[in-house]
Design a protein around this ligand. Structure first.
Ligand code: DGL
Length: 264
């Protein structure tokens, strides 16, 4: 047993979609979440910048006594998780990547769609997943600039967000795609809008739960699951603590108080 917290991070509030899944699956785990809101969006950064930022974040989370680090961000995972594992070999890392394999298994039409940030959509990592798991499928790979910023501002139901979604979803709607993967952790907070805009015949896949299950599996293997009767949830941001608390509370429908501001 290990009652130390699970550390998690994202460029902002998006990783809370994974936080929510973890809390549901592992209600006795304490968690410390860092939103790197001072550097959002990650989707427009280079690999070198992402490696540098995430290394500094991992150091911070380890200084908070984290027993594991969940990289609750697709962009950071595809560009930096290998580097993090090399830099901190004793730390278990769990990442999140677009679920190409599952989409390829589910499609009936042979066309799948992946929505992600520009940095993820153009990454070699995603290209590798596609050639490994969906070589015989048509893949609509959409880099959705600007969407994470809408979620960061708490604008999940505004006309502006719908207009942006309509633009990004146009190539999906014009295709035969019957399954869509959410390849950015900000997008699960837009899932209902996305489903609504794509209509009934299209399944929209959110990978948060499988990520939480993977974390549980690793903790189990390391005999490191917690048994906290009163788990602690701590939140930090490198940006505006008040804004983060407000938006996070709204997205999670859970009071997010005492958000700490940190420089990394
Ligand atoms: N939430 C992040 C992801 O899963 C990145 C969003 C951003 O900062 O661009 O990719």
């Amino acid at each position: 047993m290990d009652n130390r917290p699970i550390g998690m991070f994202d460029s902002g509030v998006g990783g809370l979609s994974i936080w929510r899944a973890l809390r549901k699956l592992l209600p006795q785990e304490s968690m410390v979440f860092l939103a790197d809101s001072g550097h959002v969006p990650y989707g427009e950064k280079s690999t070198a910048e992402l490696r540098d930022l995430t290394t500094r974040i991992a150091r911070f989370l380890l200084s908070q006594d984290s027993k594991m680090i969940v990289v609750a961000c697709n962009t950071a995972t595809v560009h930096a998780i290998g580097h993090l594992r090399e830099t901190f070999p004793a730390v278990p890392f769990v990442g999140v990547v677009p679920v190409v394999k599952t989409l390829a298994r589910w499609t009936r039409t042979g066309t799948i769609a992946v929505l992600s940030t520009p940095a993820t959509s153009q990454s070699e990592y995603l290209a590798g997943l596609i050639s490994e798991f969906a070589p015989d499928k048509e893949v609509i790979n959409v880099g959705c600039d600007g969407l994470e910023n809408m979620v960061e501002a708490g604008h999940v139901r505004t006309r502006q967000t719908t207009a942006l979604l309509e633009r990004h979803l146009a190539p999906v709607r014009d295709s035969r795609a019957d399954v869509v993967g959410l390849g950015c952790t900000h997008y699960p907070f837009l899932r209902h809008r996305i489903k609504h805009l794509l209509g009934r015949g299209v399944r929209v896949y959110d990978p948060s739960r499988p990520v939480a299950r993977r974390a549980r599996q690793l903790l189990r293997q390391g005999d490191a699951l917690a048994a906290n009767p009163h788990p602690q949830y701590r939140f930090y941001t490198t940006g505006d603590a008040g804004l983060f608390g407000l938006v996070a509370g709204k997205l999670l429908r859970f009071p997010v108080r005492d958000v700490g501001h940190v420089e990394i």
